[in-house]
Write a protein that binds this ligand. Structure first.
Ligand code: GUN
Length: 292
């Protein structure tokens, strides 16, 4: 069994990006600049956005963090998005999700200029991805593709079972794994929380990508010997022995599943760190006008 070290892979990608930025600076080019909008004080979201901003500093990007209280109005958010769309200093920006219930998330995401949509959430980028056109790919699925590629995992003709159908991970992941590229070229089954007899499907899988947010859902009996298992789950579960009072648990029962696998990602230190690396990569592509 080989542990897929997302932390190390993320560091390698960030070093590659930092080298690119150094070259841009040496040539007097525009230094990439990422902005992030964060609404409210949800612990997970604050941590994610803080890490994104710190990562920008590490690779030499400019960064701007814009924070609002939970009671920000939709109009205020839309006005800020319009401002960022028109700000030439900002190459790309993200609106951290989830947003409070009184805000229409679809409307907010659609207001982002697709050319600056480095999260790849705008319907234009989703559509371009589905059509196989140049697009910003959402960071977590893109990070999983990087992990498969950099560990040279064979995917052609394999059966990939994606568990979870979110717009952020499961749905785009299933599309990307079906495309005739490497990594991809798989036969894909998309399962979700209403799938009947999930184990029947996961047992057929050469590659399982679990992204439902149900800790420990994928148990050893549900996994074929030699499977590749990618765990996207990062649910906070109470743990009094930790200083923070919680620990992160994946969707996979790691201790019992790992011995059956050819490759598996840990939680934490698997897919998570790659999401940030790929967001930076998208921002670099935005600054270089590589996508549009
Ligand atoms: N919430 C969970 N994952 C993500 C992500 O990749 N981007 C944004 N903006 N919000 C998220």
């Amino acid at each position: 069994m080989t542990l897929l070290d997302g932390k190390k892979t993320s560091e390698t990608i960030q070093q590659e990006i930092a080298a690119d930025v150094a070259e841009i600076k040496a040539n007097g080019g525009k230094v990439p600049h990422l902005a992030a909008i964060l609404v409210g004080n949800d612990g997970g979201s604050v941590t994610y956005v803080t890490n994104k901003v710190l990562a920008c500093e590490r690779v030499g990007f400019g960064s701007t963090l814009i924070r609002y209280e939970d009671d920000v109005t939709e109009d205020e958010l839309l006005a800020k998005i319009e401002e960022l769309n028109n700000d030439d200093e900002i190459d790309g920006f993200i609106v951290q999700l989830p947003l409070p219930k009184h805000i229409n998330t679809d409307k907010v995401l659609e207001a982002v200029d697709p050319k600056k949509d480095v999260d790849g959430f705008h319907p234009t980028n989703v559509g371009r991805m589905v059509a196989g056109l140049s697009a910003y790919l959402p960071a977590t699925p893109a990070g999983i593709l990087q992990l498969l590629a950099r560990y040279e995992i064979e995917t052609k003709g394999k059966h990939c079972v994606v568990v979870g159908r979110s717009n952020i991970v499961g749905s785009p992941m299933s599309i990307l794994m079906s495309k005739p590229n490497y990594p991809g070229n798989c036969t894909v089954t998309l399962c979700h929380r209403n799938t009947v007899n999930l184990a029947y499907h996961t047992l057929q899988a050469d590659i399982i990508i679990a992204a439902v947010g149900i800790p420990g859902l994928i148990t050893a009996e549900m996994v074929k010997e030699g499977a590749v298992v990618i765990d996207v789950g990062t649910t906070r579960v109470a743990d009094e022995t930790r200083k923070a009072g919680y620990r992160l648990r994946g969707d996979v029962d790691f201790d019992n599943v790992a011995p059956k696998c050819s490759f598996i990602t840990p939680v934490p230190g698997g897919v998570g760190p790659l999401t940030i690396a790929m967001l930076l990569k998208n921002t670099l592509r935005a600054a270089k006008r590589e996508v549009y």
